[in-house]
Design a protein around this ligand. Sequence first.
Ligand SMILES: [Zn+2]
Length: 317
Amino acid sequence: MRWFRRPTPQFITIQPPQQRERIGKDLWFKCEACGAITRTKDWTANWKVCPSCEGHSRLDADERLDLLLDEDSFEETDANLVSSDPLRFVDAKPYPDRVEATRAKTGRNDAILTGRGTIGEVPVAVAAMDFQFMGGSMGCVVGEKIVRTMELAIRENRACITISSTGGARMQEGILSLMQLARTSIMCKLLQENRIPFISILADPSTAGVMASFASLGDIIVSEPGAYVGFAGRRVIEQTIRQTLPENFQTAEFVQQHGFIDLVVHRHHMRGSLITLLRQMRNLEPAEFEDANGSSQMRASTMIAKLESKPAQPATK
Ligand SMILES: [Zn+2]
């Protein structure tokens, strides 16, 4: 029997490393661009736009549709399509294992969310890419879902909206992912023949195989401030042409100046701008609407004037 017993402590002293763990890691958000620190809650409520420098962070596909579509109007299509492993591809690990791990992490079957919905009461078929899923890469599933979304647009006479956020084709599916470039491009032609409005939104980043296909074929191409938009990366281009590229090369603003993007729209005004454009393209009366920040009401005339005032020719060097 022990005569002296150490009393059970009522309070525990927390050592610094443990103390750090107790403070939620996700409580604060530090902006990569300006270093400002914001409460994650406030930053998320601001649609992941930094309140200090207006820097736009990436949204996932669900957040993107929450931002753009009318409330409760979204109906998902083809949710169960999953990748097979046609090439039996192995890099650091087998491709099916990589897909499975990403599916578990993101709760999504592939790098895209598609469906039907309405924006300002205009019916749309929409496809939103998700960069979290293997860099938003386009393999057979992404390609197939884009094709099906465009087919849906034609079948049900809906406007088509795609939101790209991608590093390009999925190398693990090799030539089969490259075939999606041709398939989706053909669908853009069919949209045009059927007089279906197609708006392509380029979110950060929009590059490579996706830019070399449907993302650059919209009737109207819209992007967000500061989004990375291009085909090959800066280093590859610099090494090839043996020149130093300008600082702002491959930003949405730079690409707009060179005539490739029609509008660069702040995220808070994106929904309002889409409503204006869609109603204009569908020959409907302009609608009153509230943007994400609840104040701005950009009317059709302003928007169209903006579109018409964009530079027609690339600026000379
Ligand atoms: Zn910032």
